[in-house]
Design a protein around this ligand. Structure first.
Ligand code: SAM
Length: 287
């Protein structure tokens, strides 16, 4: 594997030329090619187990909670009563694990294109894939774009735990995709989409914020700290169908029991995530 040199894995993505994040690895635990992508599980020296897809870091056990908690709980606490939830992508199970911490959820459907990701994570990343074990979870193997076409007006919350806009993930950043999300949400529905890095992807961010601003009455862009994603943070694109909604203000706070289960999300962090640096704020507001 040319991403490994003298015991160090380096993430050299074509979407972030001229830079790489390197982690020292102890062992390659699993390496498999599915119909869609190349999936590898490493034992790293200091970040726990790590999954890469096509050489790009998807999760490490040490920092995954920041991403999973914010992707799930920002939209879930924005909705007054989220009963039906859809996760697109997210085959590691981490977002599911967080969503089922909300007792009002009646059913959470995950539409993941690649069953090999799910099987691999069940075997090697059980602390994330435990999300699949919950009785409210229903699994659909297929393309999220196609799934949305067949499910108008069906969900209170949609979380798009997408990969980078490359390979099978390209369709999850297109204008038509957001139109399908909008029509799959019920009245008052909320979507949270993985929305790349303010340091690397401002043109893409401007595009997708613009697509959503043309569809939803409330749209904003926040940031989550996550050391092992490119440049150390990742964006959340959050939209609500409720006119006049402010997605920086959660409709509900975690109960003490819920908060005890969370390591990153809390009420102030929800609001604070949307305080973004001026260069990014200008790009988002111009979109
Ligand atoms: N948290 C990761 C990150 O930001 O790097 C992304 C999570 S990763 C588990 C994304 C998942 O989306 C992958 O398992 C991939 O198979 C799935 N995926 C890619 N394209 C998809 C599509 N069109 N429909 C549904 N799932 C898709």
């Amino acid at each position: 594997m040319d991403s490994i040199h003298k015991g160090w894995f380096s993430e050299r993505g074509e979407l972030w030329p001229g830079q790489a994040l390197s982690l020292e690895i102890e062992e390659v635990l699993h390496d498999v090619k599915s119909k869609y992508q190349h999936i590898t599980i490493y034992q790293t020296k200091t970040w726990g187990r790590m999954m890469t897809i096509d050489g790009n870091i998807q999760v490490t056990e040490r920092d995954e909670f920041s991403y999973q908690e914010m992707m799930a709980h920002v939209p879930m606490f924005l909705h007054p009563s989220p009963k039906r939830v859809l996760v697109i992508g997210g085959g590691d199970g981490g977002v599911l694990r967080e969503i089922v911490k909300h007792p009002e959820v009646e059913q959470v459907t995950i539409c993941e294109i690649d069953d090999v990701v799910i099987d691999t994570c069940k075997r090697f990343l059980p602390s994330l894939a435990c999300g699949f074990d919950h009785p409210k979870v229903r699994v659909e193997i297929g393309d999220g774009f196609q799934f949305l076409r067949n499910h108008p007006n069906s969900f209170d919350v949609i979380v798009t735990d997408a990969p980078d806009p490359i390979g099978p993930g390209v369709s999850l950043f297109q204008r038509d995709f957001f139109a399908l999300i909008h029509s799959a949400l019920r009245e008052g529905g909320v979507v949270c989409q993985q929305a790349e890095s303010i340091w690397l992807d401002l043109p893409l961010i401007r595009d997708i914020v613009g697509y959503c601003a043309a569809l939803f009455p409330a749209v904003n862009y926040g940031i989550v700290q996550i050391p092992t994603y490119p440049c150390g943070s990742i964006g959340l694109l959050v939209c609500s169908k409720t006119p006049g909604a402010d997605v920086t203000v959660a409709a509900r706070a975690p109960t003490p029991e819920q908060q005890a289960l969370l390591r990153y999300y809390n009420h102030p962090v929800h609001a604070g995530a949307f305080a973004i640096p001026q260069f990014a704020r200008v790009a988002v507001d111009e979109a």
